[in-house]
Design a protein around this ligand. Structure first.
Ligand code: ADP
Ligand code: MG
Ligand code: MG
Length: 909
């Protein structure tokens, strides 16, 4: 029996093992494989974490393997943990498959204690450094492993600095740091009842277990839910020999990107901080240097870094982000990963890499998403509008956000719960601020750069962020922002521009984004409007190339859901290749409502027919407008669908009206009519209208209703053909459950169309199909297909009827609880439930095509615009998706990606 291996040396893994080693571990292993300078170490796999989570303790095998791996590291370096001469120190770092801000933060300098701090000082020849490292260990360990409020440590540090009359922590000398360590140890003992653990191995074991535990913190769960990361992946732990950036000035630590993460340009982007360790560089405690300055400080380390950057980018063939440390002039690589980026950068980087012949166009298509395109379509602040500029920081994550100022999680979440947009304002953010960021539409900080916590997390969440607006005095205690004379209080409205970094007072109106202009008016118009702005033009070209490529590759056609000529034109401009769903119900509201009332209360066929006759020309005009806008393209018109009551007055209002009129002793035809109507409303009242008299049932129950619509469609075709146009309507019958229903409607429709054909001399071959939106329809698709020229899956109703969910009731009522307990990870109304509803779609397609090989199938639920669902529809073999006009570009892109990605998958399978 081979025993399960829990721990892997960096040299054993590679980047494809993210499931086992986590993202950080897998990429560290990959860098080792590339021969880059990585301090030796090992990864405790996610298997170990899952074992810990299920057994509630670290399996003994893990402890044994850790011992062996630590000894391996010791042998590689020739230093030992806890040694009294040249002690080895370790870092303990969490790293799940997906980068997760909620996870435990890194603990550095594990292995330091009262005995090893002296030898470390001797070894480094720097006493100050040794005590600085020790106080950092206690601080990080105290906070992240022992859960001690970090303010206790930072307050003690601040007090110490004040007493010493210095402002920066690097100005504290060895003696002062020694005193600080003493104080820190007292804090630990006071707060936990036990002294700070002195045994290096104990420190290591406690830190490892704390990482495992952190998988289930509130923050981590919240982030996973939001990002839809499964709860059962577990995290890996990376244990690695320490290298020191805090060894005086020839040392330092930094972060960088191989390309600008917001514009995508190749170059030197990053921050460097001399004499610093770990998170100092992103924590905004001292001002960082732009990476290019490193060249002046240490030319050879800088060169080495540049060459490592280039190697990584060539190897990953993508934008990489990198964390590194320089120890006395020697470069060490501590982390890399394919970098998060803004939507604009995603498009630009992808096409730039194509132009540099590092990737193909197909690969480029995989590197951008519909959601990113969607964000590029969001409006921007109107540059012409009058606005009050408060400050300018760095645009760290694009977007235009307007909202009420909130300073903490509580106020952000409660304001959001009250339906307000919120901008979270902090001096700088830390992982504790995640709930507030999730509640906010934008985040604004006074400190920090493009790689600060706020910037990185906001980019990851695709939310607008302005960082480092250092003119702002953010006074969280008094819940105020001060800028010069001006005071902004919590709840005041501000606007932030995540691209330019500008912060405005009050609301600012928005205009179309350049990409939106491109989508609706074309490349030339968009470029004309960009006024020669190079960045914008590059972005427009990138989007255009990728979208065109997606159109080239995709098999799925993309149609739009549109009810009016105006909507249809808009959809067409955005690339819709037809209409998949025209809802005809709104055409019976407003003034026309009274005609429907008349139909329902009619006592004789003649009365009813009179009402229909009045409606006919109106309906015909509706269809002429719609079909003219979609000239030459398929246009699916759904016969009237909603429950009757939606066209009738409210039962309570009407009862009150009648009762009052009677009390006042009124009489006359008005009242008589109201009474008749009330009687009808009472008669047709339903407990559960969504499952009642609607769709095809309505059409069969009130003869003449569908006939009117069908006639209007037929006559519209005749009229348009006379004008030399090419109308392509398709008649769609809603809520079919039985093939018999469809035969009945079809028979009637064919008769009407034939009659119009005869009188007009125009042959009308209008396809007649149905929605598949009841489980029974999917299950009996084989039978229904005989009567249908096409199927369109109405996945909204199909989801309701498959799950037995009434959408409007469940979404607010108990979905939140279902997200909490993990029954749902996302609303099935947003992303198609593949296993259940999706199975019915498959059955429907298979059934239909077993009768008619080329039966046209499409989807017209909201899922038609949802990226994940689109990939499913592609795999299922549908012919088209139909979505709201706004989602058309997204659907085009995702349909192209689906085609490219399934081809990839099948070639490797
Ligand atoms: P995160 O997941 O938040 O990026 P990391 O595990 O990368 O956390 O750790 C944060 C920082 O700690 C790193 O960027 C690096 O500066 C420092 N660090 C981690 N491991 C080491 C090490 N072995 N030697 C020196 N510094 C380290
Ligand atoms: Mg961190
Ligand atoms: Mg890191």
């Amino acid at each position: 029996m081979t025993q399960q291996q829990y721990v892997y040396m960096f040299s054993e893994g590679d980047r494809d093992q993210k499931d086992l080693l986590g993202g950080k571990g897998a990429n560290l292993a990959e860098m080792v494989k590339l021969g880059l300078p990585v301090p030796p170490g090992f990864t405790i796999s996610t298997n170990a974490c899952r074992a810990y989570l299920s057994e509630g303790k670290v399996p003994p095998e893990v402890r044994v393997e850790v011992t062996r791996s630590v000894r391996d590291v010791e042998d590689q370096i020739g230093r030992h943990l806890g040694d009294s001469e040249e002690p080895l120190l370790l870092s303990v770092r969490s790293g799940a498959k997906f980068s997760m801000p909620g996870m435990m933060e890194t603990v550095l300098n594990v292995g330091l204690n009262d005995d090893t701090v002296g030898p470390l000082a001797d070894f480094a020849g720097d006493e100050r450094f040794a005590w600085d490292s020790y106080r950092r260990l206690i601080q990080m360990f105290g906070k992240t492993v022992l859960d001690i409020d970090s303010d206790l440590f930072s307050d003690a540090l601040d007090a110490r600095k004040e007493a010493a009359g210095v402002t920066a922590d690097i100005d504290l000398d060895a003696e002062q740091l020694k005193a600080l360590v003493k104080e820190y140890k007292e804090i630990v003992e006071r707060k936990t009842g036990t002294p700070f653990p002195q045994s290096p191995r104990k420190q290591l074991d406690m830190a490892i277990e704390a990482v495992f535990r952190s998988w289930n913190t509130e923050r981590a769960r919240l982030y996973r839910r939001r990002e839809r990361i499964p709860d059962d992946l577990g995290t890996a732990v990376n244990v690695q020999a320490m290298v020191f950036g805090n060894l005086a000035d020839a040392s330092g630590t930094g972060v960088c990107f191989t390309r600008d993460p917001s514009s995508g340009h190749s170059g030197v982007y990053g921050d460097y901080l001399a004499n610093a360790q770990g998170e100092d560089v992103v924590a905004g405690i001292r001002n960082t240097l732009p990476l290019a300055e490193l060249e002046k400080l240490d030319k050879s380390a800088y060169r080495e870094l540049r060459s490592a950057m280039r190697r990584l980018e060539t190897h990953y063939r993508d934008l990489c982000d990198i964390e590194f440390t320089i120890e006395r002039g020697h470069l060490w690589m501590l982390q890399t990963r394919v970098g998060k980026r803004t939507p604009a950068a995603a498009f630009r980087v992808a096409t730039q890499l194509v132009d540099e012949a590092l990737i193909t166009m197909d690969e480029a298509l995989e590197r951008v998403t519909g959601e990113q395109l969607n964000q590029l379509l969001f409006p921007q602040f109107d540059p012409e509008a009058e606005r009050v500029l408060l400050a300018t920081g760095m645009g760290a994550s694009p977007g235009a956000a307007v909202g009420e100022v909130a300073f903490d999680n509580e106020s952000a979440t409660s304001r959001k719960a009250d339906g307000h947009d919120v901008i979270l304002v902090r001096r700088e953010t830390s992982p504790e601020d995640l709930p507030g960021m999730i509640a906010a539409v934008g985040v604004l900080t006074a400190r920090g750069g493009k790689t600060s916590h706020a910037a990185v997390v906001a980019r990851g969440m695709g939310m607008c962020a302005v960082v480092g607006a250092d003119d702002l005095v953010v006074d969280v205690a008094h819940k105020q922002i001060r800028v010069g004379e001006r005071v902004i209080n919590e709840g005041d409205v501000i606007a932030i521009d995540g691209k330019s970094g500008e912060v405005f007072l009050g609301d600012v109106p928005v205009v179309d984004s350049p990409v939106m202009t491109y989508i609706s008016d074309g490349l030339e118009a968009a470029k004309a409007a960009s006024d020669g702005d190079v960045e914008t033009d590059e972005l427009l070209d990138a989007v255009h190339r990728l979208l065109t490529h997606a159109d080239d590759r995709r098999r799925l056609r993309v149609r739009a859901n549109a009810d009016t000529g105006e909507d249809a034109e808009r959809a067409r401009a955005r690339g819709a290749e037809g209409i998949g769903l025209c809802r005809t119900e709104h055409q019976f509201l407003g003034d026309r409502r009274k005609n429907i009332e008349a139909v329902i209360v009619a006592e004789t066929d003649e009365d009813r027919q009179a009402a229909f006759d009045e409606l006919l020309p109106l309906q015909r005009a509706d269809f002429i407008e719609l079909l003219a806008a979609m000239d030459g393209l398929p246009t699916t018109i759904r016969l009237i669908d909603p429950p009757l009551h939606e066209f009738l007055p409210n039962i309570t209002d009407l009862s009150v009206e009648v009762a009052l009129a009677e009390e006042r002793g009124e009489s006359g035809p008005e009242l008589e009519r109201a009474k008749v109507l009330l009687e009808a409303v009472r008669r047709t009242h339903e407990q559960n209208p969504m499952l009642g008299l609607r769709g095809v049932r309505l059409g069969l129950r009130f003869p003449g209703l569908f006939a009117l619509q069908i006639r209007a469609i037929g006559e519209a075709v005749v009229e348009l053909r006379k004008q030399g146009k090419d109308p392509q309507p398709e008649i769609m019958v809603p809520l079919i459950g039985s093939v018999r229903e469809l035969y009945l409607v079809r028979g009637e429709a064919e008769e009407i169309l034939a009659e119009i054909g005869k009188t007009s001399g125009e042959a009308l071959d209008v396809p007649i199909g149905c929605m598949i939106e009841l489980p029974r329809a999917a299950l009996t698709a084989r039978r229904i297909a005989h009567a249908a020229d096409f199927f369109s899956f109405g996945t909204n109703d199909l989801t309701q009827t498959t799950w037995g969910f009434s959408r409007d009731d469940v979404e607010t009522e108990f979905f939140p609880a279902y997200f909490d307990n993990g029954v749902l990870t996302i609303s099935p109304f947003e992303t198609l439930d593949e296993y259940g509803v999706g199975r019915l779609v498959e059955i429907g397609v298979e059934g239909g095509r077993s009768v008619k090989e080329n039966l046209k199938t499409g989807v017209c639920g909201e899922h038609g615009g949802d990226p994940e669902s689109i990939h499913f529809f592609h795999r299922t073999g549908l012919d088209y998706v139909s979505c709201s006009p706004f989602r058309v570009p997204v659907a085009r892109l995702e349909a192209g990606r689906a085609a490219v990605m399934t081809r990839d998958a099948s070639s490797t399978a």
